[in-house]
Design a protein around this ligand. Structure first.
Ligand SMILES: C[S@@+](CC[C@H](N)C(=O)[O-])C[C@H]1O[C@@H](n2cnc3c(N)ncnc32)[C@H](O)[C@@H]1O
Length: 303
C-alpha cells in the first residue's frame, strides 16, 4: 500500500479526528480493511481519504469539492506529476535563496499575482496553464498565512504571506505517491449533490461539509463559493436522508452547537432518527458558557 498525506494545508482538515472517525466505521469495513466504493463529496485536503488509501484496500474512490482550483490541482497531480514537480522545484530554488524582504516581493509578484491572472477551466484541458496554476496554488498554500484559501468577491486569492523560515514548497515523494493513489480515483468538481451515485452498489460515503459556526462571534471559515449557511445544512440533511434509504453507509461530521449553547438542538433535530455521537475534538475554544475547554464535534451515521 502507498503511504501518502494531504499535499495542502486545508481549513477544517480532519487529521485530528482520524481516530474517532475510524472507530466509527461500519464493522464490515473495520474487519476486512476493504472498501468497494469510497465517496467523499467535500474532499478539501483529504485527510481521511489519504489515511484510508494508506491503510485500507479501496477498489474505487470518488472525490469532489466545489473549489475548482483545488480539484484542478488533484487532476494535475494525477496526470502530470513530473511536470508539476519540475515547476515546484524551480519555485523552491528561487524562493529558498531569498532574504525575508525579497521573499515578500516574490510571494506577491511571482506567486500571487500570476496565480490570479491565469484563467483555467477545469472542464477544458490546457496542460501548461493547468500545471502552472496547480504549482502556484501549492506554493502559495505552503507560504501564505496559515495555509488559508480565501478569495475576494472577484474571485482573487487574497491571503497575505505567512511567516515560515523553511516552508516545504516541494515534497517530491508525497506528490508521486498521491499521484499513484489518484490513478484509481475519479476526481469531480461541483456541488456535493451533483455526484452521480450508483445506487445498485454499496458505497461508504464520508461527508465533511463546512462546519456550522459555533456562535455568532466565532470566526467562520469562508470557502471559495460563499458561506455554507443553515439553509445549506438543512439541504444537506435532506440529501443525507435520501441516500440513507439506499444501501449506502453514510457518516457525516459537523460542529456541536452545544459547546456554546447547550439548548441548541439544530443537528439533533435535523438528523433525528440517525445515530449522533459527540466525539472529542482535539481543539479548544474560548467561550462564555464553558470557559476555556475542550470541545466536542458530532459524528452522524446511518448505521
Ligand atoms: C471542512 S472542509 C473539508 C476538509 C477535509 N475533510 C480535509 O480533511 O481537509 C469542507 C470543504 O467543502 C467544500 N465545499 C463547500 N461547499 C461545498 C458544496 N456545496 N459542495 C461541495 N463542496 C463544498 C469546501 O471547498 C471545503 O473544501
Amino acid at each position: 500500500m502507498i503511504q501518502a498525506r494531504p499535499f495542502l494545508k486545508w481549513a477544517g482538515g480532519k487529521r485530528q479526528l482520524l481516530n474517532e472517525l475510524e472507530s466509527n466505521f461500519p464493522s464490515y469495513i473495520k474487519e476486512k480493511k476493504e472498501i468497494d466504493v469510497y465517496i467523499e463529496p467535500f474532499i478539501g485536503g483529504g485527510a481521511l481519504f489519504f489515511y484510508l488509501q494508506s491503510e485500507y484496500t479501496i477498489k474505487k474512490s470518488i472525490i469532489n469539492d466545489i473549489n475548482s482550483d483545488l480539484m484542478l490541482t488533484y487532476k494535475v497531480i494525477k496526470f502530470f506529476p513530473k511536470e508539476l514537480i519540475k515547476k515546484l522545484e524551480k519555485i523552491n530554488k528561487e524562493y529558498e535563496k531569498l532574504n525575508e524582504e525579497k521573499r515578500k516581493e516574490y510571494y506577491y509578484k511571482k506567486l500571487r499575482e500570476p496565480y490570479n491572472k491565469i484563467k483555467v477551466d477545469i472542464n477544458k484541458l490546457e496542460r501548461d496553464s493547468w500545471i502552472k496554476k496547480a504549482s502556484l496554488l501549492i506554493a502559495l498554500n505552503k507560504t501564505c498565512f496559515n495555509g488559508l484559501f480565501r478569495q475576494n468577491s472577484k474571485g482573487e486569492f487574497n491571503v497575505p504571506i505567512g511567516r515560515y523560515k523553511n516552508p516545504k514548497i516541494l515534497d517530491k515523494e508525497n506528490i508521486r505517491n498521491v499521484s499513484e493513489i489518484l490513478q484509481d480515483t475519479e476526481i469531480l468538481c461541483g456541488n456535493y449533490n451533483d455526484i452521480n451515485i450508483d445506487n445498485k452498489s454499496k458505497a461508504f460515503i464520508y461527508f465533511d461539509p463546512p462546519y456550522r459556526p459555533l456562535s455568532e462571534t466565532s470566526s467562520f471559515t469562508k470557502y471559495s463559493k460563499g458561506d455554507f449557511n443553515d439553509e445549506n445544512q438543512k439541504e444537506l440533511a435532506n440529501y443525507f436522508k435520501k441516500l440513507a434509504n439506499k444501501k449506502h453507509f453514510l457518516i457525516l461530521s459537523n460542529s456541536n452547537p452545544k459547546n456554546t449553547n447547550p439548548k441548541d438542538n439544530f443537528f439533533h433535530e435535523l438528523y433525528k432518527g440517525f445515530k449522533i455521537k459527540e466525539v472529542s475534538a482535539k481543539r479548544y475554544i474560548n467561550s462564555k458558557s464553558t470557559g476555556r475547554g475542550k470541545i466536542t464535534e458530532l459524528l452522524i451515521k446511518n448505521y
